[in-house]
Design a protein around this ligand. Structure first.
Ligand code: ADP
Ligand code: MG
Length: 234
């Protein structure tokens, strides 16, 4: 479904991704792992076109994504949940969620999508009039995910969806991502915690200083020396 090959990304003169390649299959969940600053967010931003790639190919179902503007990617079926959620705090839950359907002009279709999203996240219906800024971090993450689903993506990119959440909430978000996967949507998520990631993903890629140093299934990666070195300093 998604294929990245030989991706190099610079911020100014500073190279942050080096020859990164990764693939995501249809209805697959893929983890992008690595310590802080290793380039995880940059990979997702490059897919979405929020940061420019200097070299490399990014194709989605045969489309060359480097030639498609960001809103065009949404139309192709790609959506992203940004790190730290980025809601409009003074707007209601429902107003925030509806923003995710900005590219859709068909009111009946928007209503159908809202109904679908509310069936996945009952909290969106229960709290529709509440100011988003007054919700807890975990609830805000649910609103942010719900907003991203309003464009009916077939590929959902999630930048550290568990960041700063209490363990109990992490489990709720894990369940939600499993539900999204059960809808046939592919998910790529960034995460620092390897153990947590492999409870959820089919496969993963480990980044270190902007390079993919390891990829494979959870078992393959958890038993690797590289993971021990990067995460346990051994
Ligand atoms: P991660 O998500 O794994 O923490 P990032 O992709 O955010 O890593 O960052 C990778 C590297 O790029 C880091 O060294 C970071 O400091 C740098 N970086 C990130 N965003 C910018 C930016 N807008 N301008 C300059 N450097 C950046
Ligand atoms: Mg990041």
């Amino acid at each position: 479904m998604l294929e990245i090959e030989g991706l190099d990304v610079f911020y100014g003169d500073f190279q942050v991704l080096w020859d990164v390649s990764l693939t995501v299959g249809s209805a697959e969940v893929v983890a992008v792992l690595g310590p802080n600053g290793s380039g995880k967010s940059t990979v997702l931003k490059a897919i979405m076109g929020l940061t420019a790639a200097k070299r490399g190919r990014i194709t989605f179902e045969g489309h060359d994504l480097r030639r498609v503007p960001t809103h065009g990617k949404v139309d192709l079926g790609i959506s992203m949940v940004l790190e730290r959620r980025r809601l409009f705090g003074a707007m209601s839950v429902q107003e925030n969620v509806l923003l995710g359907a900005y590219s859709c002009r068909d009111k009946a279709e928007i209503a159908r999508r809202l109904e679908w999203v509310e069936s996945l996240f009952p909290i969106i219906a229960e709290r529709r009039g509440q100011e988003a800024g007054r919700m807890s971090g975990g609830e805000q993450q649910m609103v942010a995910i719900a907003r991203s689903l309003m464009s009916k993506p077939r590929l959902l990119l999630m930048d550290e969806p568990f960041l700063g959440l209490a363990p109990r909430i992490v489990h709720q978000i894990l369940d939600i991502i499993r539900k999204i996967h059960a809808e046939g949507i592919s998910v790529v998520f960034n995460e620092q915690n390897v153990q947590l990631s492999f409870g959820l993903s089919d496969r993963g890629y480990l980044l270190e200083s902007g390079r993919v140093v390891l990829s494979g299934t959870g078992d393959e990666m958890l038993s690797s020396d590289v993971v021990r070195r990067v995460y346990l300093g051994g």
